[in-house]
Design a protein around this ligand. Structure first.
Ligand SMILES: NC(=O)c1ccc[n+]([C@@H]2O[C@H](COP(=O)([O-])OP(=O)(O)OC[C@H]3O[C@@H](n4cnc5c(N)ncnc54)[C@H](OP(=O)(O)O)[C@@H]3O)[C@@H](O)[C@H]2O)c1
Length: 323
């Protein structure tokens, strides 16, 4: 194991690197940027790469990883690759086909982690967000426990080493955990988590069930125009965060990432910029004091950047519950 990388053991015995490289990017950014950035990330020392069917860059990410395998930088087994089941594939008979599509694009035999991207199923078909003639997103109705059973089959087929969920609230997690005949527990729940929304209650719940919380948007998200209110506060400009960063002689981004590691959260960091990618790996080179952690805890305001309000009437909308 690369000494720079600390790992967390998942409840199925596999290990996940505590820092992951995020690969979501807006459509208007050319996909070639993803190839370049993913290569830089691997060269810098990232071993955990987070992607998804819905990001539409798995071909590029696969290409970058395979080129770093070909030049001897890493072996396939050094990389922890996550993909996600998109919501239009929730019907049990479609689940494995979504994973197979990802594997084909990646040119991989398996993914290390496969997640249900969201508990909110959508109408099957080609469109990622199917819409009716009035522009309203068309939902589907599938029992989440049935989706989970299909995920278990993907693991049994050897296509995913570990399986987990994303954007689930504690009630939805509990439903899976209490499913009669449960074969595998979700290893993780990947959710929005940062100093403005530190997910304390969900984190405590996950810890009590031996489920790892994986944080996305830890740097305040990319503020995607489609779904983030452009008037929302810029996380990395927060005065308290910036003052602490100055005191510790680190950037606000590094402080925001380190905060997650020290509370037992696996954290993702996205960037397409070489200097930022190289900086983010330095999260292992310093520590925050207990006092610093308290200051950062104090910034919590349960503020969600990606609340997916346009789907708030979905029966499985996860963000209406307290946690
Ligand atoms: N499961 C889900 O539903 C879900 C949802 C969202 C995201 N994700 C995953 O989580 C990943 C991370 O979330 P995210 O993409 O929203 O963004 P993020 O990691 O919160 O990063 C946000 C922005 O921070 C800036 N940044 C990064 N490193 C920096 C540094 N060292 N100094 C200053 N600024 C820095 C970058 O913007 P600039 O380059 O402009 O500076 C980056 O776009 C995604 O890429 C994706 O893999 C999952």
């Amino acid at each position: 194991m690369n000494s720079k990388h600390q790992y967390v053991e998942l409840n199925d015995g596999h290990f996940i690197p505590r820092l992951g490289f995020g690969t979501y990017k807006p459509q208007e950014v050319p996909n070639s940027k993803t190839i370049e950035a993913t290569k830089i990330a691997i060269e810098a020392g990232f071993r955990h790469i987070d992607c998804a069917y819905a990001y539409q860059v798995e071909e590029e990410v696969g290409l970058a990883i395979r080129s770093k395998i070909a030049d001897g930088t890493v072996k396939r087994e050094d990389i922890f690759y996550t993909s996600k089941l998109w919501s239009t594939f929730h019907r049990p008979e479609l689940v494995q086909s979504c994973l197979e599509k990802s594997l084909k694009k990646l040119n991989f035999d398996y993914v290390d982690l496969y997640l249900i991207h969201s508990p909110m199923e959508l109408k099957p078909g080609e469109e990622l967000f199917p819409k009716d003639e009035n522009g309203k997103t068309i939902y589907d109705h599938v029992d989440l426990c049935a989706v989970w059973e299909a995920m278990e089959k993907c693991k049994d087929a050897g296509l995913a080493k570990s399986i987990g969920v994303s954007n689930f609230n504690h009630r939805q997690l509990e439903m899976i955990l209490n499913k009669p005949g449960l074969k595998y527990k979700p290893v993780c729940n990947q959710v929005e988590c940062h100093v403005y929304h530190n997910q304390r209650k969900l984190l405590d719940f996950c810890k009590s069930k031996d489920i790892v919380l994986v944080a996305y948007g830890a740097l305040g998200t990319q503020r995607y125009k489609e779904c983030v209110d452009q008037n929302s506060p810029v996380l990395l400009d927060d005065p308290v965060l910036c003052a602490l960063a100055k005191k510790r002689k680190r950037s606000p981004a590094l402080i925001a990432l380190r905060y997650q590691l020290q509370r037992g959260v696996v954290v993702l960091a996205q960037s397409l910029k070489e200097n930022e990618i190289k900086e983010n790996i330095q999260v292992f080179d310093f520590e925050l004091t207990e006092e610093d952690m308290k200051v950062l805890d104090g910034l919590n305001r349960n503020f969600c950047y990606v609340a997916m309000q346009f789907m708030s009437d979905h029966p499985n909308y996860p963000f209406a519950d307290e946690y």
